[in-house]
Design a protein around this ligand. Sequence first.
Ligand code: LHQ
Length: 263
Amino acid sequence: MAKQATDVLIEQRGAVRWIVFNRPEAMNALTDVMLEALERAFREAARAEDVRAIVLAGRGRAFQAGQDLSALGEAPEPETYGALLKKRYHPVLRAMRETPKPILAAVGGVAAGAGMSLALAADFRVMSDRAAFVPAFFKLALVPDTGMAYFLPRLVGFGRALEWMTLGGRIGPDEALRTGLVHRVFPADGFESAAQAFAETLAALPTKTFGMLKRLLQKAEAAPLGEALAYERMLQSAAAATEDHRRGMTAFFAKTEPTFTGR
Ligand code: LHQ
């Protein structure tokens, strides 16, 4: 069900909110309007009670080809790049990191430049067997942006990330799966249904606890051990107070599988 007819579509499928780039004629290249809509879509999905998992996907043959280069013009002012990142790209990344709900990037086609970066900022990634990741920035003599230098080395290791960012062309499904860049590869035929099924698995997790895990991992990434452990203690007490924890305990003693509600 489409809620708004823009270049970013929002659809609800059960407990899963799909946020879909919808400029297939331009490989979903990102415009100002799309970036603003994207930030709003993540913030709204974070608040919506009927949403327990979020899928980021693209219509057509690309997942997302990064910044719409034609919108920049042939000779843009250098300082507009940093300003654009600050005003439009970085707020999207923050919205993704701050949403407590699991985000799945469903990469059905090529993900290039900031399109690849946005997929990296998701919590999970699946790709079609016809998709590819293309860092792209170095071909324009630009540094990787939209968080790529933060996320990629953490996902695949420093050396491999550096190689891909400088020498790498297209990272296909075999390499992406082998290196841990994606969690699953699904056939292109039926890719959307497979991504929805994966997202439903995420939506069935104790999603309130998932939000705490997301915060804990972000803290543990940068904090000294003592601080990370203090944060862990605080969050574990909060997790213990959830309805899902009670459900998990009851199911354990009853030797059944728990059904979680996200409360
Ligand atoms: C495009 C684009 C595109 C416009 C394909 N724009 N038309 C943010 C803010 C400030 C500063 C800088 O950084 C950023 C973030 C960024 O994302 S910068 C990086 C921007 N993205 C790229 O550099 C990727 C450029 N595109 C490609 O490398 C290839 O087109 C990919 C790998 C996406 C697809 O390759 P192919 O499948 O071989 O298709 P193609 O190259 O033939 O492209 C199809 C058409 O799409 C073509 O137009 P045409 O009129 O010839 O059919 C491309 O020009 C157009 N297109 N990406 N980002």
